[in-house]
Write a protein that binds this ligand. Structure first.
Ligand code: TYD
Ligand code: MG
Length: 454
């Protein structure tokens, strides 16, 4: 095999023709390394894969056994109905958010169902893992644990243990001696993931690969791995709040819009099977600017509270601050309110918050945003039993949204009897006795409709 000398940036893996003090791609100083690489003659790499040639699609066989349940419904749901055998699932999230806790719990329940499972930790000692397992009430002979961060040893362990599910915690803590850059760098993390994935695909195990999201860029985050794995789950939440949301952002075997909701407790993560109730549990009564809207998360409608605080006038133009709501969406809605309702919001500070850490980013929340801003600006209270949803167009028209009946039913189930929604969705929604659907077709009608009956 021929060899060639290349110059590669340790940070961003850019390939250069000559050595430089500073990488022209990522701007890092002193990150260029000289490497000797072997060049395989063209055509060799794919030879093995292509040996069989094309086959008719109906002759391809695959493992038809049902997916493996993790024993945690919310995790199964985010995965699209359980673990697909031999698949690799990346679990990303901020340090301390609860990734190790969630996966330890999942392996705990699977091992109780008789599955043999393996937890490989490159970050924690056996003692630390045991302390966590005790806290989570896990004890099982088929739950195997190893503290190891050498890639080759880990590959060997995956082959010899023959577990149904392997957790590799984390990609950033494992390293391979043949790659000469520090653990956690882009090249190490990529190499580790690629080798681990290859080993998994040849075994009968499925694998959860943990990846910390990092802010300073010193460690390679899960983004560099997303394209290599079958499924990507992000574990989100605010460390100040107990709830956590597990969100699928890529899934070769299922829908990507499903989420799982959890609450962090003293004894681990507990499932929140009724998120709407959970997100609305602390809702203030009689507060202006507070509105309940319905967001679709996959197949599931979730009711959430949107709060607006409009205060002013301030000198110059007002500030706009959003939490959990797309700032562009707020800017659009504010422009529409100013133009169509004639409210002077230009010199007002506007703060908007989707309470509880939910992400209100779909168009169905538009009318909720409009309602909360009007309510706070005019300091008028929207009746507590209202649920408000609908998309708002640039000329102020209220457009119908998908899955309106599911949103309305969720509202009714939780006792919201006054639903304000797009006129074009009216016919598809059947409400029980005592509940009312108030149709709206333009935000011009909003002030009269929203506060009525308050
Ligand atoms: P951990 O799973 O270690 O986070 P990650 O692997 O994502 O870095 O969990 C971190 C936090 O969770 C830690 O601050 C302690 C807390 N925790 C609980 O509140 N209850 C529990 O039962 C456990 C195991 C952890
Ligand atoms: Mg951890």
């Amino acid at each position: 095999m021929k060899t060639e000398v290349v110059f590669i940036c340790r940070e961003c893996e850019a390939k250069l023709l000559k050595w430089m003090g500073r990488c022209p791609h990522c701007g890092q100083w002193n990150s260029i390394e000289e490497r000797v690489s072997q060049v395989a003659p063209k055509g060799i790499a794919r030879q093995n894969e292509d040996k069989l040639g094309p086959v008719p699609v109906d002759e391809i066989s695959y493992d038809r056994r049902p997916r493996l349940s993790t024993g945690i419904d919310e995790l199964d749901r985010a995965l699209g109905g359980g673990i697909v055998r031999r698949s690799v699932i990346l679990v990303g999230g901020d340090p301390g958010i609860g990734k190790s806790t969630l996966l330890t719990q999942a392996l705990g329940t699977m091992s109780k169902q008789g599955e043999r499972v393996l937890y490989v930790s490159g970050e924690e000692s056996l003692e630390q893992i045991k302390i966590r397992a005790d806290r989570l009430g896990i004890s099982s002979r088929s739950f195997l644990v190893v503290a190891e961060n050498d890639l080759e040893r880990i590959q060997e362990l995956i082959k010899t243990t023959d577990a149904s599910v392997v957790v590799l915690d984390s990609a950033q803590s494992v390293s391979c001696q043949s790659v000469d850059s520090y653990p956690g760098s882009v090249s190490q993390v990529r190499h580790v993931a690629a080798c681990a994935i290859e080993t998994i695909k040849k075994s009968r195990s499925a694998c959860f690969l943990v990846g910390h999201v990092t802010k300073d860029g010193a460690l390679a985050g899960p983004k560099v791995l997303e394209h290599m794995v079958d499924t990507v789950l992000y574990f989100e939440g605010d460390r100040g709040h107990p709830y956590r949301i597990l969100r699928a952002v890529k899934n070769r075997f299922g829908s990507v819009s499903e989420i799982g909701v959890f609450e962090m407790t003293d004894t681990g993560l507990s499932q929140v099977s009724n998120p709407s109730e959970f997100f609305l549990s602390d809702r203030p009564e009689g507060a202006s600017g507070s509105v309940v809207t319905a967001i679709m998360e996959g197949s599931r409608p979730i009711l959430a509270e949107i709060q607006a605080l409009v205060s002013g006038p301030t000198p110059g133009s007002g500030r706009r601050t959003c939490l959990g709501v797309d700032p562009q969406r707020l800017a659009l809605m504010v422009a529409v309110i100013e133009k169509k309702l004639g409210l002077a919001l230009n010199d007002q500070d506007i703060f908007l918050n989707a309470v509880g850490g939910v992400r209100a980013t779909e168009p169905g929340v538009d009318l909720g945003i409009v309602a909360s801003v009007i309510s706070s600006f005019s300091d008028r209270i929207i009746p507590f039993s209202s649920m408000i949803f609908g998309e708002v167009g640039l000329s102020g028209e209220v457009r119908p949204v998908a899955k309106a009946p599911a949103r309305v039913n969720e509202a009714v189930r939780l006792g919201y009897t006054r639903v304000v929604g797009p006129k074009k969705n009216l016919d598809s929604c059947a409400l029980p006795e005592g509940a009312l659907f108030i149709p709206i077709s333009h935000i011009r009608e909003a002030p009269a409709i929203l506060f009525d009956g308050g």
